[in-house]
Design a protein around this ligand. Structure first.
Ligand SMILES: Nc1ncnc2c1ncn2[C@@H]1O[C@H](COP(=O)(O)OP(=O)(O)OP(=O)(O)O)[C@@H](O)[C@H]1O
Ligand SMILES: [Mg+2]
Length: 312
């Protein structure tokens, strides 16, 4: 296994705890984010995602524990950190009566760097709307402006706190493409989300947070392999004798309302299943492979459902 050098780390969190009175919002979490990766912090409402982000970007002090961002200590070097990071806060809002362009110029003015404002507007695909006031933008366009604002200082690390919450699927996919562009440019992206589809679509590695604790953290495929269910093969409108044919291969299969569901495992190749079905002349109308998902991982580790993507 390749050892990760500290210089490869964009973020390093150690034993971080945040209490609000009696409530422990973040409970002794430790994790690293590598430079250049998209790291998804996945968890339900109230899990502690925003609190963690707020501590990492210097908006809140931890109760105990610490962290470094790009090698700088959040307790001592916030000024250095702030120069090098960009933040899209949860439920981004800005000056209602300033236009897209004026808002970007306003935030750019806070940094010494002189960003290419038109380039940023192009990057987030708001050229048609650059003279539109913020209050007149749709939710998806507001989020895109928020991402442009997060990029005014050409940051190395970008924190995006629930960037697609409340967006319809089209707007959500627009933001996903933008995040992929940032990744392609070599930026490190720290993304919080409660949409497992978002983590699955974008992340290199996923940390699952629940009640202030990290319950799992790994590359998403490894998480699914370790904690997900096994993949399943579903035969629609199938001949019931499929169940016994599959049984002879040592796999479990169930017949329910015309469909046969086969629980796959590593010991039997899908091609062997197909061959056995065809040799026994089992008929079916449709074949579907159901992959295990992060939803299964979350359910398995917490006993709770994370909730499917809302379709607006
Ligand atoms: N300023 C605060 N004072 C008291 N409690 C707080 C404060 N901020 C957050 N909390 C509580 O801390 C817990 C974690 O909140 P946090 O906002 O970090 O969760 P989250 O994972 O971002 O949730 P969401 O998905 O809803 O944004 C919640 O129980 C929340 O109510
Ligand atoms: Mg939050």
């Amino acid at each position: 296994m390749v050892k990760t050098l500290s210089s490869d780390l964009a973020i390093s969190v150690e034993n971080l705890t945040k209490r609000y009175g009696d409530l422990t919002a973040v409970n002794g979490i430790s994790f690293n984010v590598k430079r250049g990766e998209i790291f998804a912090f996945l968890g339900p409402n109230g899990a502690g995602k925003t609190t963690t982000v707020e501590i990492l970007v210097g908006l809140r002090k931890p109760t105990s524990g610490g962290a470094t961002v790009l090698g700088f200590d959040i307790a001592k070097d916030l000024k250095e950190i702030k120069k090098r990071i960009g933040v899209l806060p949860q439920s981004f809002n800005t000056y209602d009566r300033l236009t897209v362009k004026e808002n970007i110029e306003y935030f750019a003015g806070m940094f010494d760097s002189r960003p290419d404002v038109d380039g940023l507007i192009k990057l987030v695909d708001l050229e048609d709307k650059k003279k539109e006031q913020f209050r007149n933008l749709s939710g998806g366009l507001k989020q895109r402006l928020g991402i442009a604002v997060a990029l005014v200082n050409d940051p190395e690390v970008v924190f995006l706190d629930e960037p697609t919450s409340g967006l319809d699927p089209k707007a959500r996919h627009g933001v996903w493409r933008l995040i992929e562009d940032l990744h392609a440019k070599g930026k490190t992206v720290f993304l919080t989300t409660h949409y497992m589809e978002e983590a699955e679509a974008l992340a290199d590695r996923v940390g699952i947070i629940h009640n202030g604790k990290i319950v799992a953290l790994d590359e998403k495929d490894r998480l699914i392999a370790a904690h997900g269910k096994k993949n399943m093969l579903v035969l629609r409108k199938a001949d019931q004798k499929a169940v016994s044919v599959i049984g002879k291969l040592g796999l479990k299969a169930n017949y329910d309302e015309g469909d046969v569901t086969i629980n796959l495992n590593d010991g039997v190749a899908v091609s062997d299943v197909m061959q056995a079905l065809s040799a026994a002349r089992v008929s079916y109308s449709e074949l579907q492979l159901k992959r295990s998902s992060l939803e299964d991982v979350f359910l398995n580790l917490t006993g709770e459902e994370l909730g499917k993507e809302e379709t607006a």
